[in-house]
Design a protein around this ligand. Structure first.
Ligand code: ACO
Ligand code: ZN
Length: 158
């Protein structure tokens, strides 16, 4: 299928649209400052997808230092996918896959060695996407979400 979307880095004028997509697509919502802080600190991993000049998806990440998620290698830099969403009518066109791939390229620029995220254990679409991208379930975090649902920690080497 022909790709009709294009990816570019987030800019501050995109804030309103990105927070809108976040609220439509996910129960985990954040204050404006949270989005802007991630943009200011990690601009290379805050990416939006546009179709016909309209933003239809985003991904935002944070670079953290911590122990390897695979039980060896000691302290390393890791790229943490904080939030990703694609508008419902634009799903299953490869946008989510492209957003994660682009964000992982950005993580390389910050010298991250691994990439990880938390996802609801019932979120089959997202879990399928991450598995397709080579992520493995490395841990279950009980009661991670405010409604009590568990999260899978999913990780991969970069
Ligand atoms: N069912 C099964 N597999 C799926 C589904 C689904 N509904 N959606 C995606 N996949 C898998 C498939 O393998 C798919 O490849 P295929 O279409 O060739 O079969 C592959 O993932 C790639 O799919 P994309 O089209 O790239 O993904 P999409 O653009 O639809 O975005 C996303 C996926 C971001 C998870 C979207 O469904 C969404 O916005 N969901 C609501 C928000 C959300 O759950 N975000 C993730 C929360 S976790 C976090 O943010 C860290
Ligand atoms: Zn997280």
């Amino acid at each position: 299928m022909q790709q009709t979307f294009k990816l570019r880095k987030f800019t501050p004028k995109d804030l309103e649209r990105v927070t809108y997509i976040n609220r439509v697509c996910l129960p985990e919502n954040y204050v404006d400052y949270f989005f802007m802080d991630l943009y200011e600190r990690f601009p290379e991993t805050f990416i939006v997808a546009e179709e016909n000049g309209e933003i239809v998806g985003y991904i935002m990440c944070r670079i953290e230092t911590g122990l390897s998620n695979f039980g060896f290698g000691g302290f390393i830099k890791k790229g943490h996918i904080v939030s990703i969403a694609v508008m419902p009518e634009h799903r299953r066109k490869g946008i989510g896959h492209a957003l994660v791939t682009k964000a992982m390229e950005g993580m390389h620029l910050y010298n991250a060695k691994q990439c990880f995220l938390e996802v609801r254990v019932t979120n089959t679409p997202a879990i399928s996407l991450y598995k397709k991208l080579g992520f493995k379930i490395t841990r279950t975090i009980h009661g991670y979400y405010s409604d009590g649902e568990d999260a899978y920690l999913m990780s991969r080497e970069l």
